[in-house]
Design a protein around this ligand. Sequence first.
Ligand code: SF4
Length: 321
Amino acid sequence: MTNTNTHSEPEITIGISACLLGEKVRFDGGHKHHNYIHHTLGKFFRFSPFCPEVAIGLSIPREPIRIVLEGDRNNPVQRVVGTRDPTKDFTQPLLECGDEQQHWVRNLCGYIFKKDSPSCGMERVKAYQNEQPTRKGVGLYAQQIMANNPLLPCEEEGRLNDTQLRENFIERVYVYARWKKIVASGISAQGLLDFHSRHKFIILSHNQKRYRELGKLLSNIPQDNVEAFSDDYILAVMSVLKKPSTRKNHINVLQHIQGYLRPHLDCIDKKEMLQAIEDCRLKDAPLTIPRTLLRHHFRKHPDDYIAKSYYLSPYPDELNF
Ligand code: SF4
C-alpha cells in the first residue's frame, strides 16, 4: 500500500455492520456489500465486522424486525419487535448486545453502521407509531454503541457517498487514532499542548470560536489532574469536529498557512497559490489542490511548525477520492 501522508499514522481498526463487507447475515440471507468501504477504506483500515442480530441468536434467514414507538407521542419509547409477530420483543437483547461489546469497541477508532436497520441504523430509521411510519427511529445496537463511546467517530454507509461527510468521517477517525496513540503512551500536559498545536488548523477549519476557547482552556491545565482534564478536552475537540468544516474556514486556514511562505515565493508562485485558493472559494475546487501545492513549496522551504501540523495531510492522499 502506498501512503503518501507525511506523518507516520497509527494502525486503525474500524467497527462495521457485517453485511456491509458482504457477509450474508441479513434477515433475507443476503448482504449489502459496499464496494468503496471494502476496497478503498479497506486498504487503510482494519475492519471488525459484527452483526448484532446474529449475535443475539437470530437465525439467517429470519423474520424481519422493526421499531415501534410507544407511550408519550413527544417522548416515545422504542421497542424492536417481529414484523409478523409483534409479541417477539428483541429490545432488551439488542440493548444488552450493544453494552456487551465494550471489550473490543473501546479499541476502535471509528464505526460504520448500516443505515435504515432497526439494529444498526444511526438515525432516521423507519419506526412505527400507532402503525404510522415515521423516521424517528435509532437502531438499538447502534444507539448503545454511540452512547457508551461518545468520542468514537460513527457514520452510516449511505452518508459516506457524500464527499463532505466522507471527508469529515475519515478526518475524525485519524484524529481519534492519533489521540488514542498519545493516550496509550501516557498523557502529559506537554503531550496535550503538542496535540492541540498539531491539530490547530484542522480545528480552526471547523470552528474558529471553539478553537480560541479550547486554547484558553489549555492555558490552565491542572498539573495534578491532567488525565481528567484531557478527557474533557478531547470530548470538546471531537464534538467540534463532528460538524463538517466549512469552505470559508478552509480558505482562512489556507491563506494563513500561505503566509508562512511569503518571504520565499516569487510573483509567479504567489499568483499560482492565490489562484488555487481562490478556485476553492469560488469554484468549490478540491482542497487537495492548494494543499498539494503548499506541501510542494514547504518541501523546498521547510517550516518546523507547518511540518508538524496535520492540516496539509490530515490522512493519506488516496482517501481523497
Ligand atoms: S443487524 Fe446490522 S449487521 Fe446485521 S444484517 Fe442487519 S444491518 Fe447488517
